[in-house]
Write a protein that binds this ligand. Structure first.
Ligand code: ADP
Length: 573
């Protein structure tokens, strides 16, 4: 056979993977090239797939995870074997923890050599390592199984509770040739990858009955509710019932934060006082104090455990994971809320006026206090005066994506910056980790084309800072604000021995803006809110990659931000 005839009649593993992805409407890949993925990425690009190539696999993985959250389609990340795979694995585990659909596809060494531990280049039993850290893991050994492998990975990532999936593709697979017709027949277009899950009628009734008897009802919207893209149903439910609601961090904007029923500004009060709490795509994990302790019990002399919970979730095993759930409603959020809306009709009385009045009173007081703090313009910029600028910017550009990580930079931004549109806030999520910043920013810009504003603590930025080159290379509309207070938490720590910097200190007055300039982007230093506003406005108008080095009072901030309770050393201070 001549090469020409061979090309006509056969295809190879490389092209089959590309065909399988394209058949399933996957149009974007986040990756880091290396053998044999380099050739794969070249071919994928030549076949019309958008390829975003990163400087470190963790950020490519984080980008895939964020793309999954924003679009509801699995985000795809490609890495090389062993170290590349391990670097991507952090993102895969984080995606799984956060219930974001993502598929990590890594090249790997040949099974025969790995299993006999014969010392291959980058030898590692990647499938075994990935398994406990993700929702599902598969390996494909034969080209004719590529279609099945991709289909299984897609289904596992997006059906039920979404999560991370690992797909192991040994290097030899890519070069395997098979008959073109057989290959075409082996591909699978996944039909209905995330099937609706309709809740049982008696579960819906149980929940409605509980709401009917509530004197102080509360709804908590989590990022599962944002992910579900059931925005209209959720809005109808909230407004029809009149129940006050609290958005978890990444559910901010599902309803605008200035909505009359938002109880964010009275958070501690409503958590302590509510008698029936309905969780919608939110887990009772550490972010909600596990539904226990003084956060929940302050209203009752008997302590926590007086509230009754309704939990709307796709995962049947989530209920009772921390406290008793009186009314689990299991199904996809769209179907569940729609069933609840139908069951309620107009037959649910609005919550008692004294409950709504008490919340409104606290809200007014706290919002007035916040407005006073934000109106101050201290001589040295602090988190509040800087974030007032960010707050105004998002108000003026509600469709922009806000990426946010850090300790104080995270906590202050979350409470100060209102969101107005669903799924626009991307942050450190369930683990509260650092390092998601630039990966999430690239993903948001890449899959939506919208302007991105990344508010980064100077420490948090360091985890993914090199990706500013990626942002410049693809000329993405990303504006990064580094809240520079010269260190982790703050820059004032002192080493009592005086022979080196303290562990939490960074180089003083670092020029993060020059990092962006190094790659052709715009770098600006902002010493006050006026300079910060001007630089953000210019970035939004030009859509040029921009990094603003925002100089913050180095004594601003508390150790561990708002999770001081988890840090025994900081608690003593
Ligand atoms: P948050 O951190 O905002 O409180 P979590 O990540 O703890 O949110 O909770 C998200 C929850 O949403 C998970 O329990 C997950 O099973 C659930 N979930 C995700 N997608 C859906 C969906 N489409 N329908 C129903 N529940 C969902």
């Amino acid at each position: 056979m001549t090469t020409e005839t061979q090309d006509r009649e056969t295809t190879d593993g490389f092209h089959l993977v590309i065909d399988a992805l394209k058949l399933n409407d996957i149009d974007t890949i986040f990756a880091l090239p290396g053998i044999p993925i380099t050739d794969f990425l070249r071919m994928a690009q030549a076949e019309g797939i958008k390829v975003f190539s990163f400087r470190h696999e963790q950020h490519a993985g984080n980008a895939a995870a964020a793309a999954g959250f924003i679009t509801g389609k699995p985000g795809i990340c490609f890495t090389v074997s062993a170290p590349g795979f391990l670097n991507g694995l952090t993102a895969l585990a984080n995606a799984t923890t956060n219930c974001f659909p993502m598929i990590l596809i890594s090249g790997s060494s040949e099974r025969e050599v790995v299993d006999l531990q014969q010392g291959d280049y980058e030898e590692m039993d990647q499938l075994a390592i990935a398994k406990p850290l993700c929702k599902a893991a598969f390996r494909v050994l034969h080209a004719e199984d590529i279609g099945v492998g991709i289909a299984r990975a897609i289904r596992a990532a997006v059906s039920g509770r979404p999560g991370g999936v690992y797909l192991d593709l040994p290097a030899k697979l890519f070069a395997q040739h098979i008959d073109k017709e057989v290959a075409q027949r082996s591909l699978i277009k996944v039909v209905d990858p995330a099937p609706k899950q309709i809740p049982a009628a008696d579960a819906v009734k149980r929940a409605v009955d509980l709401l009917k008897g509530a004197k102080k009802p509360l709804v908590i919207l989590g990022k599962g509710a944002a992910y579900a893209q059931a925005d209209a149903e959720i809005k109808t439910f909230i407004e029809r019932t009149g129940i006050p609601y609290l958005p978890m961090s990444m559910a901010k904007g599902l309803l605008p934060d200035n909505h009359a029923q938002s109880a964010s500004a009275a958070r501690s009060y409503v958590l302590a006082e509510a008698d029936v709490v309905m969780l919608v795509g939110a887990r009772l994990n550490w972010l909600l104090s596990h539904g226990k302790g003084k956060t929940w019990g302050a209203a009752s002399s008997k302590g926590w455990g007086q509230q009754q919970f309704i939990q709307v979730d796709i995962s049947p095993t989530e209920a009772d994971s921390n406290v008793a759930i009186a009314a689990p409603v299991i199904g996809d959020i769209g179907s569940c809320i729609s069933a609840l809306n139908q069951a309620i009709g107009s037959g649910l009385a609005k919550p008692p006026a004294d409950w709504l009045g008490a919340i409104a009173e606290r809200k007014d007081k706290n919002l007035t206090k916040m407005a006073e703090t934000l109106a101050k313009n201290p001589p040295v910029m602090n988190f509040h005066s800087a974030l007032n600028v960010v707050r105004n910017t998002i108000k003026a550009h509600p469709k922009a994506y806000l990426v946010n990580e850090g300790a104080n930079a995270l906590d202050f931004t979350r409470s100060i910056v209102d969101m107005y549109e669903p799924r626009r806030r991307l942050d450190v999520g369930t683990w509260g980790i650092m390092g998601i910043g630039m990966g999430f920013a690239v993903a948001a810009a890449a899959v939506t084309g919208e302007q991105v504003l990344a508010v980064e603590g100077d420490s948090a930025f360091g985890f993914s800072g090199m990706e500013v080159e990626t942002i410049c290379r693809y000329n993405l509309p990303v504006c990064i604000v580094v809240m520079n207070n010269n260190g982790i938490y703050k820059g004032t720590d002192v080493n009592p021995r005086g022979d080196a910097m303290a562990p939490t200190q960074f180089v003083k007055n670092a020029r993060y803006d020059l990092m962006m300039e190094a790659f052709g982007g715009v770098g600006v230093t902002a010493k006050n809110p006026e300079e910060l506003q001007k630089a953000i406005d210019a970035a939004f108008a030009s859509r040029k990659p921009t990094l603003i080095n925002a100089l913050i009072d180095e004594s601003a901030g508390t150790e561990s931000g708002r999770i001081t309770s988890l840090n025994p050393a900081a608690k003593k201070k």
